[in-house]
Structures are given as C-alpha cells and as structure tokens.
Design a protein around this ligand. Sequence first.
Ligand SMILES: *Cc1c(COP(=O)(O)O)cnc(C)c1O
Length: 352
Amino acid sequence: MTLPSSRPDLSLREGYHSPQVDVAVRLNTNESPFPPPEAWVQALAAEATRIRYNRYPDRSATRLREALAELHRVRPEQVFCANGSNEVLQSICLAYGGPGRSAAVFEPTYALHSHIAHLTSTAVVEGRRREDFELDLADVAELNAASRPDITFLCSPNNPTGNSVDPTTAGAVLEGAAGLVVVDEAYGQFADWSAISLVDDDVPLVVTRTFSKTWSMAALRLGYLVGPAPVVAALERVALPYHLDALKQAAGCLAVRYNDEMQERVAAVVAERRRLSSALESLGVTVWPSSANFILFRPETRKAGEVWQGLVDAGVLVRDTSSWPGLSGCLRVTIGTRVEDDLFTAALEEVL
Ligand SMILES: *Cc1c(COP(=O)(O)O)cnc(C)c1O
C-alpha cells in the first residue's frame, strides 16, 4: 500500500515557521514578555468550572462579540472572532479569495499574508515598499490598475519593519482598491491611529486584531476582525460550525475588562523599546524606528545568519529575516523584559 501524495503546491511552502529552539531568552515571535493579569487567570479558572462541557458552545459567540463591539464602539454584527487572527486571515481568503482570485501584499511584510493566500489557492500579487518601507501610492495605484486584486493586505504597524500606515495613506489605498482592504493591526495598540475609525457597513475595509501580542494571551489563540456587517456574515459562512470553544469565548469576555492593564503593558514595552533602540544604536548596528513591540536591525560587520547562530549559542533567539524580500542582512528582535534585553545586547556585543 502507498500513501497518497498531498497537493503538489504545498511542498513549495515549507520554511515559513519560526524555528522553536529551546533557549533561555526567546525574542523571536513578538509575544508579550509579561504574563496576563493574575486576576484574569483567577477569574478564568472560576469560569472554567461553570461551562457546560457536554454542550456545543454558542455558535455565534454572542457575548464575546458584544464585549468587543463595546470596546471598539461598533455593532456586534461588525465583529468576527476566530482562533487567532491568522484564522481570521484564512477566513478572509476563503470567503474573498480562492481559485481565480488574487490578493495583493506589499513586501517586506508579514509572511503569513501570502502564505495563507497560497494555501487557499488565492493568487498573490506582490508589490514592493520603498527603501524606507513606506508604501509608494503610485506603485499601489499601478498594481491596482494592472491586477485588480480581490484582497489588499496592509499591516500596520508592519511586521517586521515596525512602521505604521497613516490615515492619509490608508484612505488613498481604500479609495483605489478594487476589492476588500485588510488592515492587520496585530500591533495596533502600539500605534497612535487605528483604521478601525474608518470601518463602516458600506466601506470595503476590515481590521484584524489579536489577543496574542499586547494582551499577553498568545496561548489562548483568539483573534478578531472589525468590519462591515455583510463581510462578517460572509466570513461566518466559511467558519466551521462551533469553531470557537466555550472556554475561549469566556476568556475573551473576561479579558476586555482588563483593558487598562493591557495599556500599562503597552506603555512599559514602549519605554523599554526606547532603551533597547539606543543600546542597539550604540553597538553600531543600523536600527529602524519602530511603532510596535519589536525592532528591525542590521549588523553592518557580520552576516545575519552568523549573528543569529552566535546569539542562539549564547541562549538568545531572535528572528532571522534576512531572506525576506528587501531585508538582506536584517534581523528582528522582540522587546523583552529589561533582563532579557540586557542579555540580548550583551550577547550581540560579544558576537559582533
Ligand atoms: C503575530 C501576528 C499575527 C498572528 O496573530 P495570532 O492572533 O496569534 O494568529 C497576525 N498578524 C501579524 C502581523 C502578526 O505579527
């Protein structure tokens, strides 16, 4: 007997995942260095005893969507939740992409946008960012005219470059887009402007958010989208029945009560980001300004791969982004605790 072969196009798509190496200091996946509020953990434990485990959960996640709608001052019908914002992105590609349709990305950007498009047989149209990683609106217009993408992915703040989209640029992209504009705001709480302010039922814009980064809840796998109610209805058609388990729904409802604590974490990370940026600059590496919880940098004296390995040998894991389009020689480091960041800079100094 022989095993059947999987889709041939899947074998081309390896190597997209960040290696999980067992080291003491993990600064490679942009998680929060802080645990979530202890009171939330306690409340969730109590909630876990009240769930009726023999029954399927609320299929439309009513309470969770109400809580998120209140947080963002939109209607519950304008909120779609899923298992991490990556699953939200996948649902978007399933509902608005697919065979014969296309999605535009502007590299360098979050690799999962094109990866998920490929997995859903959505053609990827690749645009580029300028040298300073900003969008060039003339290039965006040219790409729109030539390819008329069904989906346009923006990422703000952009992973891995750290810069964010300003309202004028977002407005211009929206104006010229042929299809749905998706603004991935996984790091949205770090930016001073959110595209959520543009969301309306007759505007072809959705904004994705996650509990994985600023909320300190990556293990929870909860993400969501704010967008036009008809788009949310379309996404519900591609979601699996009961895709959001009861515990996760409860956890998300509880989490939004700790919005103030989350904002405090954001402020702490921003302060630490300033400190780490100057530490990197004093080591003579090129550092890009960041409005997120990570920093893109380029060592000028050694190859990125060697620096990455040297850091791993010293017990520090960062992301090697040097093979990403337009990022030759670059690495990305997540802002950690003071202690972690000091270990990182000491190891980096040693390696350089
Ligand atoms: C981390 C990240 C995500 C993934 O979020 P999950 O909610 O954990 O799936 C989505 N978009 C960007 C840009 C990210 O950096």
